[in-house]
Design a protein around this ligand. Structure first.
Ligand code: GAP
Length: 555
């Protein structure tokens, strides 16, 4: 794993060059925030999703279970529609609360999230008022910090101010988000004086921007036909809680899982696929008795962290961070994020891979009674409109669970491990990227790029080569290649170029094993198996190859 931020450029270049990830609609100049997965990328991401589904749902009780962890519960799946009844988003809170604050530049028309703009202000230490300020975007893609010109301008403005005031005035630089600056000096209403971070043009006052994509259902125009593309898969699960209980006879505790596309009209999509406008989520809603919810929260938080470690994210690039109490949603007892130090982030910064949240009974109750808010005493109550009626009506359906043993009826508490399939895929890509130096056939040192994917995630597991294109080697190699494919092992056949170059091509796409059929194979019925990471070569009988690879894949 290469630590430097500039290595991200190499990863992005490799992803395009080898067919992992392409910009969407590239021939028309691309569309910001949308990405396509190429032939290798689609296999990698499918392996990420399949590993998640297998480990969390189909074989949750037998594969990769932490020692002593409970296994006696059900996990089932769903595949819900992307567009749902608009009331879903009113009761879930997304209609009112799922927004960012943004400012627009009136000159160059750029749009910025208020919390992504940083203000460097010179403050008069006596009056505590700003004398001058400059803005910049705080992220890895832009110059982080003031440019030389901006620093010069600030100092010049301070000199001018001192001259005008005619005294020996002390000023100090203070750096803060535009958000904080507006609260301190402009009370959130006025136009930020420093202007656009790109062109210094005039900025609009901050405005709310809902992140849900709107669409129209059927032929109805206006509000009546308005619907939204789901911004999370979770709500489809809550919609079907009762259906699943009634149809599959699951008993609490149990989990419902879903993998699917979600859409968010992010104001500033960036950092490659990390913040996209269309992405895939892998979400679980785990329903349990309120008295047991803390225990299950801890169970899922730890189990989900272990999952990333198992597939290769480990060491100080991966962390589990418990949210501070002031970061928690108003209904949450606890939330932890699994975070990864992506190479495009600043040193010491981490990006969220997954949020594991204790959501209490907020979601099911909101869909029963109407959107909930906390009152002054801290209790969750239905939000009311000016007429004292529910602002958003719930379904009115009874979503409580009935325990037929204890005869107890209750609204289950929910633990939600919510992961992003694209972010996990990106983290596995970043972690896998490696460079080293190896001797070529003539003993000359050559630099090598190799993707050290976990074998279960690698898009191609085995590449089969005939050493040369004659003496029956291609026929034997092709037969072995077919045998591997018939056994369900993703394989590739390659007879072009020198063997060293063929190895390098496979290293670059992360194929864990290469098998070469050579002149000796006709005599001893054995082949050479070469390992991607250690470069170790061993001879194995040709009729043991499928069993050998299967065993390696299952360890
Ligand atoms: N149901 C809870 C929920 O949606 P979230 O933290 O907003 O929570 C969960 O999203 C996960 O979805 C994130 O941890 C991240 O992996 C992924 N995700 C969210 N927004 C994303 C975006 N714009 N692009 C790519 N992945 C995103």
């Amino acid at each position: 794993m290469i630590a430097m931020a500039q290595e991200m450029d190499k990863i992005v270049a490799l992803c395009k060059h080898r067919g992992f990830i392409f910009q969407s609609s590239e021939i028309y100049g691309g569309l910001n925030g949308f990405w396509d997965y190429g032939p290798l990328g689609v296999e990698l991401k499918r392996n990420v999703k399949e590993s998640w589904w297998r480990d969390m749902i189909t074989r949750h009780d037998e594969l990769n279970v932490p020692e002593g962890a409970p296994t006696a519960f059900s996990m089932v799946g769903l595949d819900c529609s992307i567009i749902m009844h608009p009331q879903v988003w009113k009761c879930s809170g997304h209609y009112d609360l799922f927004h960012d604050f943004m400012v627009d530049c009136k000159e160059c028309k750029s749009r910025f999230r208020v919390d992504h703009v940083t203000v460097a202000a010179m403050i008069d230490t006596a009056s505590k008022q700003p004398v001058a300020c400059e803005t910049y975007i705080h992220d890895a893609e832009s110059a982080d910090g003031l440019s030389k010109t901006q620093a010069k301008r600030l100092n010049k403005a301070v000199d001018q101010y001192k001259k005008e005031q005619g005294g020996d005035i002390d000023c100090e630089e203070a750096t803060m988000s535009l958000d904080a600056y507006l609260k301190l000096f402009d009370h959130g209403a006025a136009i930020p004086p420093a202007g656009c971070p790109k062109c210094r043009g005039e900025l609009t006052a901050p405005r709310e921007f809902n992140l849900m994509f709107k669409t129209t259902v059927g032929a109805l125009a206006g509000e009546e036909g308005t619907a939204f593309l789901r911004p999370e898969t979770a709500q489809g699960i809550f919609m079907n809680f009762k259906n699943v209980v009634d149809s599959s006879r699951v008993k609490i505790p149990f989990g419902i899982a879903q993998i699917g596309k979600s859409f968010r009209n992010e104001i500033t999509p960036r950092n490659y696929t990390f913040r996209s406008r269309e992405f895939e989520q892998m979400e679980i809603e785990f329903f349990c008795h309120p008295d047991e919810s803390r225990k299950w929260y801890e169970y899922w938080r730890d189990r989900r962290f272990d999952w990333y470690v198992r597939y290769g994210l480990a060491g100080d690039r991966l962390q589990l961070r418990d949210h501070d109490p002031d970061e928690l949603s108003h209904y949450s007892v606890g939330t932890a994020d699994v975070e990864y130090a992506f190479p495009f982030l600043d040193e010491g910064e981490f990006g969220e891979l997954e949020g594991d949240a204790h959501r209490g009974d907020f979601d099911l109750r909101s869909h029963m009674e109407g959107r909930l808010v906390r009152d002054e005493s801290g209790c969750l109550v239905v939000e009311q409109n000016e007429h004292g009626q529910p602002k958003y009506r719930g379904s009115g359906k009874d979503l409580r669970y009935f325990n037929d043993q204890t005869r107890e009826r209750f609204v289950p508490h929910v633990i939600e491990p919510s992961a992003g399939a694209d972010r996990a895929t990106l983290a596995f890509l970043c972690e896998a990227y490696n460079e080293d130096e190896q001797p070529d056939e003539k003993g000359k040192m050559q630099s090598r790029v190799y993707m050290k994917f976990h074998p279960q995630l690698a898009p191609i597991k085995v590449a089969v080569f005939p050493l040369i294109k004659k003496d029956g080697m291609p026929e034997r190699a092709a037969a072995l290649y077919r045998e591997l494919k018939q056994a369900g092992i993703a394989s590739m056949y390659d007879q072009q170029a020198a063997i060293g170059r063929r190895y390098r091509r496979q290293d670059e796409i992360g194929t864990p094993w290469c098998i070469t059929i050579d002149g000796q194979t006709a005599e001893d019925n054995a082949v050479t198996l070469r390992e991607r990471d250690t470069l170790e070569q061993t001879r194995i009988p040709i009729d043991r190859v499928v069993a050998d690879i299967t065993a390696r894949l299952n360890t």
